[in-house]
Structures are given as structure tokens and as C-alpha cells.
Design a protein around this ligand. Structure first.
Ligand code: SAH
Ligand code: SF4
Length: 338
């Protein structure tokens, strides 16, 4: 049985050709899948009843199930999705102030091998990669469930996207071409896998690259992220500068604020120095406590002071709006509770 979600126009044409139908039928099916986000072949009402019956014998729209759905008072919706092999990942839909913007936060792997000490996903270890269709299905599920069109995609759910790069790039291409989401509205977030950052630089990627830095120096980063032992901050900095040179794009630096660990005045100064010659914006993320460690969220006055110190160094700094606090919507948290 073919699963239509994730197929390109030409792959759908192969199916319609086998059913002796025209390319125009493939175009119609493609629209129903990506732009109108139907859940079943029965809903493809501009296809004849007879053709729909034939199509149903060889194909189905989707293979994922919504296992859990939580809706936050701020409009954030969090889904736990189940694939046919029983593995689950989370996907979150966030609405920002501008109501026209609907951002899907998608997972790229089941679990994650990078094992950052603050992250609920990392605690589970690595289970498997998602293939590009499974990534696509996450956004399609949101669109089917809400009847809305996703406008932005960020790879900030479970997993390390740069350790599953071929599937992530294929999914990005489909988001771009089939969903008609602009490249600049797609963001990859990474813990800093240097060889793959270099590969993205060579590809002249026009999407946004976000780096989970989270520390102002080697010692603190080592405590938070074991990957620092393999790909250290100095080497990372060179890779990021090369990326900016090759693509012309500004990088987003993500920085979790954990009380007393990396939120001091000294940390802010070191961070400002580390970033001073890099074309980047900084996104501060108040740490969202999980029950599995002792880290605490920085108090608001400290967050504001940290922000001020960085702004003083000439950078644009935002504090990530907390979304879905009442439904454990910090990435990595829903799966952790199931
Ligand atoms: N593996 C990639 C992408 C997924 S994690 C990466 O690490 O960048 C997406 C973001 O969620 C990362 O910036 C990560 O540091 C952050 N995150 C993980 N656990 C968190 C928590 N408990 N509170 C707030 N942010 C968290
Ligand atoms: Fe993996 Fe990202 Fe979590 Fe680190 S923060 S363990 S890289 S998902």
C-alpha cells in the first residue's frame, strides 16, 4: 500500500499512470495532500467515485496516528504521534503574536544520541532516524487536525537533525516545493555537528541555521553537552564563520539560561566576546525544568540583565517566549512523561 503523504508530484504520477489516469489527476491528488490536507481519499471530491475506489485499493493518505494531543491556553498544540512500528515522536504547533504565522516544531529522530544533560530527549538515548516522509507526516498531521496551513518549520523537536541530514534535507525540499513554504521560513537547530555544518555551507543553504550553544566557555559547555568533547567551541566558531562567508546568512545562537550555571555577568561577558566577530542573532531560552535533573530556570531579572549585557555588545537579542508552559511543551518533554 502506497502512503501518499510525502510523495512528490512525479511519484504520484507513477501511481496514476498505473491506474491509467492522467497527470492532471496526480496534480489534483497532490493539492489535496499538501494544500488542502485531507485525511482520506474519500475527501478528494473532484476525483470520480470510481477512480477514488481504484486509488483506495493501492494507496492511503497517511500512516501515523495521533496518540496524545494537548492544547495549551496560549494556543500551542502538542501532539505525540505514533508511526506504524509503534515508535512515537512529538510535534508542536506554535502560534506567535502575528496570528498569520503558524510554526511547526518537528522531530528528526526518535530519541537522540547527543545526550545533553539538560534534555529529556537525550536521556532516552538514540532509537532510530525518521525518514523524510515521517518528518513530512508531522506537518501534514498538524494541518489535517487544525485545518490550518503551517507557515514555518523549525527542527527543534526530538533528535539531532544534522545526524540525519539526508532525510532532513529531503524533507526541507518538500516543505519548500510541495508545501510552498519559503526556504527562509525553515530552521535547522543543531548541537553543533561540524562536518555537517560545513556540508550545509557548501550547499549554500538559504534556510536558517540555529546553533544550540548554551555556554560561554569550554568548561561549562562540556558539563552541559558531551558533544563539546568531540566538536569544541573554537573549531565550531571557525565552522560558523565559514558558514556565514559561504551563505551570507546570519546565524541564530540559542542559549539556555540555567540558574547560577551559565547566567552570570561573567558568562554574559564571555559569551559576548565569543560571538563578537560572528554575524548572528541571539535567542535566550529560559530553562524549562524537567524532573530528571537539578537545573533551575534563571529568574526573570537575571534573564533581563543577561539580555542587556549582550545587547550592549551590539547583538540583537530575543528571549524565547514561553509557549505551552501548562502542557510541558518545552521540546523533549511530552515524550518524557509518557
Ligand atoms: N538537537 C537539536 C534540535 C532539538 S533540541 C539541538 O539541540 O539544537 C531543540 C532546542 O530545545 C535546543 O536548543 C535545546 O537546547 C532545547 N531544550 C532542550 N531541553 C530543554 C529544556 N528542558 N528547556 C528549554 N529548552 C530545552
Ligand atoms: Fe539531542 Fe538536542 Fe536534546 Fe541535545 S538538546 S540531547 S542534541 S535533542
Amino acid at each position: 500500500m502506497e502512503i501518499l503523504s510525502g510523495l512528490s508530484q512525479s511519484e504520484i504520477e507513477k501511481i496514476t499512470t498505473e491506474l491509467n489516469a492522467s497527470k492532471f489527476r496526480a496534480r489534483q491528488i497532490h493539492n489535496w495532500i499538501y494544500l488542502k490536507s485531507v485525511s482520506s481519499i474519500d475527501e478528494m471530491t473532484d476525483l470520480s467515485l470510481k477512480f477514488r475506489e481504484e486509488l483506495k485499493k493501492v494507496a492511503t493518505v497517511s500512516a501515523v496516528k495521533i496518540k496524545v494531543k494537548q492544547v495549551s491556553s496560549d494556543g500551542t498544540i502538542k501532539y505525540l504521534l505514533e508511526y506504524p512500528d509503534g515508535e512515537c515522536v512529538e510535534t508542536v504547533l506554535m502560534r506567535f503574536d502575528n496570528r498569520a504565522n503558524l510554526t511547526a516544531c518537528v522531530s528528526s529522530q526518535v530519541g537522540c544520541a547527543v545526550n545533553c544533560t539538560f534534555c529529556a530527549t537525550g536521556k532516552r538515548g538514540f532509537i532510530r532516524n525518521l525518514d523524510y516522509k515521517e518528518i513530512i507526516e508531522q506537518v501534514l498531521t498538524i494541518q489535517r487536525d487544525t485545518g490550518l496551513k503551517v507557515t514555518n518549520v523549525v527542527f527543534m523537536g526530538q533528535g539531532e537533525p544534522l545526524l540525519n541530514l539526508d532525510n532532513v534535507l529531503r524533507a526541507m525540499q518538500i516543505f519548500n516545493e510541495d508545501f510552498q513554504i519559503g526556504a527562509r521560513r525553515l530552521t535547522i537547530s543543531t548541537s553543533g555537528i561540524i562536518p555537517q555544518i560545513n556540508r550545509l555551507a557548501e550547499l549554500d543553504m538559504q534556510s536558517t541555521l540555529a546553533i544550540s550553544l548554551h555556554a560561554p566557555n569550554h568548561d561549562i559547555r562540556q558539563r552541559l553537552m558531551p558533544i563539546e568533547n568531540k566538536y569544541g567551541m573554537d573549531e565550531l566558531k571557525n565552522a560558523l564563520k565559514n558558514y556565514v562567508d559561504k551563505t551570507g546568512r546570519r546565524i541564530t545562537i540559542e542559549y539556555l539560561l540555567i540558574k547560577d550555571l551559565n547566567d552570570t555577568v561573567e558568562s554574559a561577558k564571555q559569551l559576548a566576546y565569543y560571538l563578537h566577530d560572528l554575524k548572528c542573532n541571539i535567542n535566550l531560552i529560559p530553562y524549562n525544568p524537567t524532573e530528571k535533573n537539578d537545573y533551575k530556570r534563571s529568574p526573570n531579572d537575571r534573564i533581563m540583565k543577561f539580555k542587556y549585557l549582550l545587547e550592549h555588545s551590539g547583538k540583537k537579542v530575543t528571549v524565547r517566549l514561553e509557549r505551552g508552559g501548562d502542557i510541558d511543551a518545552a521540546c523533549g518533554q511530552l515524550r518524557g512523561r509518557m
